[in-house]
Design a protein around this ligand. Structure first.
Ligand code: GDP
Ligand code: MG
Length: 313
């Protein structure tokens, strides 16, 4: 039996549903938090600083009757450099491929220009997939007289649900609603595949998240993390990673006085990796300067950001 046969042959009933959900929304509305809540596993990093999700990721929810493939898109914003272009490109691709468009809004504040921009992007793609507005951060609303009409009027023809991704409110209802809108059909991916982003990528994102959390100003936007080696055995995982920055001064900051900063980053990342991998972890981090990597497509590829070719889609 070929590998493909074994993936598709496990018996699926006539009423099995599966499909792709594009998770859209401006930065910081809670997209990553929502995907993590649904999958119960850390596959997309979250942070207070916007633009932490750079690559399109697939989070996959598989049950006996359903497979939902979530495309966690980078926050939509005007591109300022090549990295910005890359992020925009990934978001648009996800939108084209979706069976359902799940637009996350933050109802704890009025809609912003960036929300209107998302509306434009959705409207301008010819995808006729159903649109669901997830009115997130509903836990921050005071119960009386919440007027959400401004949010609801951002786009025509949708269904809307109030949720809190962080506090797990309304999430079951949301997932049930998604399922009811999915096309009938067999699953696309093997049962045990949680995320197409492989362990190396998740590991790099965890390290990057620790850097973002521990540093300030321009550093979070200037780092990239590449995994040089990733060796798993039953009891221990050995990981070598390189942290790329854009300037010598940034290298000094990431290493810190007497290596204090890189030590903090390393030990926090290691803690999280041990929980995720359920093994002991040895983590070796190196910091390298790659001048202005964010503005050079070739250097971006070197640190792991590859523009999709047109026929990849
Ligand atoms: P993304 O940029 O859209 O992926 O947003 P994140 O998932 O990184 O979330 C941005 C911030 O909003 C984080 O600090 C989250 O903890 C917070 N957040 C997400 N969902 C909720 C929610 O339902 N309620 C509240 N109060 N905060 C939330
Ligand atoms: Mg995110």
């Amino acid at each position: 039996m070929s590998e493909l046969d074994s993936i598709f042959s496990d018996d699926w009933s006539e009423d099995h549903r599966s499909g792709f959900v594009a998770v859209l929304g401006r930065p910081n509305v809670g997209k990553s938090t929502l995907i993590n809540a649904i999958l119960g596993q850390k596959i997309a990093i979250t942070s207070h600083k916007p633009q932490t999700t750079r690559k399109q990721q697939l989070g996959i929810l598989t049950t006996d009757d359903v497979q939902i493939i979530f495309m966690d898109t980078p926050g939509m914003h005007k591109a300022h450099n090549r990295l910005g272009d890359y992020m925009m490109d990934a978001a648009t691709t996800a939108l084209h491929d979706a069976d359902i468009i799940l637009w996350i809004l933050d109802v704890s504040e009025p809609p912003q220009a960036a929300d209107a921009h998302v509306a434009e992007t959705i409207t301008s793609t010819r995808n006729k997939a159903p649109i669901i507005l997830a009115l997130n951060k509903a836990d921050l609303l005071n119960d009386e007289e919440n007027d959400l009409s401004e949010h609801l009027n951002l786009i025509e023809q949708h269904s809307a649900m109030q949720i809190s991704a962080l506090h797990n409110l309304g999430m079951t209802e949301l997932v049930d609603h998604l399922i009811s809108l999915l096309p009938l059909g067999p699953r696309f991916y093997p049962v045990d595949q949680v995320s197409e982003a492989n362990m190396r990528f998740i590991t790099a994102e965890i390290i990057r998240e620790r850097i973002i959390t521990n540093t300030e100003q321009e550093i979070p936007y200037s780092v990239a993390v590449a995994i040089d080696s990733f060796k798993e055995s039953e009891k221990r995982t050995n990981i070598h990673a390189t942290i790329f920055v854009e300037r010598d001064s940034q290298k000094g900051i990431v290493i810190g006085k007497g290596g204090s900063m890189i030590k903090t980053i390393g030990s926090e990342a290691r803690q999280e990796l041990m929980t995720m991998l359920d093994t002991a972890v040895q983590l070796d981090l190196h910091v390298k300067v790659l001048k202005n990597w964010r503005t050079d497509e070739r250097l971006m590829q070197r640190v792991g950001y590859r523009f999709p070719k047109k026929d990849d889609r």
